[in-house]
Design a protein around this ligand. Structure first.
Ligand SMILES: Nc1ncnc2c1ncn2[C@@H]1O[C@H](COP(=O)(O)OP(=O)(O)O)[C@@H](O)[C@H]1O
Ligand SMILES: O=C(O)[C@@H](COP(=O)(O)O)OP(=O)(O)O
Length: 303
């Protein structure tokens, strides 16, 4: 039996490709539909089109049909599918910046948000820092060879006693890594690549205003008010097989980490960056998606 062809446009050029139940079910799973149900749903869409004698269908029309059928099965998945499709089809890339002090959950949440939105690119600021460490000497930029919460130990000039040395070191460390973060954001914008960037170096006020004020650049700060919950996150991470960083170090510097946590909150308030208490993963992700939806409109905004 002849396959149904899906017709779309890339760069003004029309293309046709065979309808694929696998491709459609993968995009449904990103809207959090169970994989088995997604494949069954995709098969039903294909059989309905075949019964109607459809030979070629326009991609936009297919998306409308899928969304309408999803609405019939419960609006939440329809909304998530619609958002994902809008982001994928938008001309501009979506840049998501997730900051917060060590251990609050920025890398875990970043991974989940990237997956939910079908964003294939994700980078941690630790990685950017690692690259920068290879390029500049310890003599020139000593604080980036430290952790964010121990950078004060390598300040070339000790701060005056009335200032918080932990925050002075943290600011120096973050200010340097922010140069690398801006490079990644600029490249992503230039190449039209959606990306999630996460880490302790995403601090409101340290990344160029010209970049963060763009409507498709969204910054968030994660927090944990309860210190015991915060400590628990280090236990949770250091228990995992792949964990290489010793729990003891985080406990020894927990006071310094909490001082950076307080600084994140004050910077986020000062620069009107959304602060999300990262207690429950789903609530955190939904909160981030809800804010982004305002950038990309809701389903009703699409024809
Ligand atoms: N909302 C949450 N609820 C429970 N555990 C979480 C949550 N967010 C993150 N975690 C866990 O906390 C630990 C630290 O999270 P991680 O993302 O590594 O923190 P960060 O990247 O901010 O240092 C990990 O074990 C992670 O699975
Ligand atoms: O510099 C820092 O604060 C942490 C950030 O990493 P996370 O704890 O946020 O993963 O890196 P570290 O030096 O501990 O490897």
């Amino acid at each position: 039996m002849k396959k149904i062809m899906v017709e779309g446009q890339v760069g003004g050029k029309v293309y046709r490709e065979p309808f694929s139940k696998g491709v459609l079910s993968r995009s449904l799973t990103r809207a959090e539909m169970d994989p088995d149900r997604a494949y069954t749903f995709a098969s039903k869409i294909e059989s309905d089109l075949m019964e109607q004698g459809v030979k070629v269908i326009n991609l936009d029309d297919l998306i409308v049909i899928v969304r309408e059928k999803l609405r019939g099965e419960g609006g939440e998945i329809a909304e998530k599918y619609g958002l994902w499709k809008r982001i994928r089809r938008c001309d501009e890339p979506l840049i998501i910046l997730i900051g917060g002090s060590s251990g609050v959950g920025t890398s875990s949440i970043a991974f989940e948000v990237a997956n939910r939105l079908g964003i294939r690119n994700m980078i941690s600021t630790d990685m950017i820092r690692e690259v920068m460490r290879k390029i500049v000497s310890k003599e020139l930029l000593p604080t980036i060879y430290e952790s964010s919460y121990t950078a004060y130990r390598s300040l070339r000039i000790p701060p005056p006693p009335e200032l918080d040395e932990v925050l002075i070191g943290f600011r120096d460390h973050v200010d340097t890594v922010s140069v690398g973060i801006e490079a990644v954001i600029e490249r992503s914008l230039k190449e039209g690549i959606s990306i999630v960037i996460e880490g302790v170096h995403i601090v409101p006020g340290f990344i160029s205003e010209d970049l963060v004020k763009k409507h498709n650049v969204n910054m968030f700060v994660l927090t944990l008010q309860d210190e015991e919950v915060h400590k628990g996150r280090f236990y949770s991470r250091c228990r995992q097989q792949w964990a290489r960083r010793p729990l003891k170090r985080y406990m020894n510097y927990f006071g310094a980490i909490r001082r950076t946590h307080k600084y994140f909150e004050s910077q986020a308030n000062k620069y009107h960056v959304p602060v999300i208490e990262n207690i429950d993963v789903t609530t955190t992700i939904d909160s981030i998606i809800e804010t982004i939806t305002k950038t990309y409109g809701s389903d009703d905004d699409v024809k």
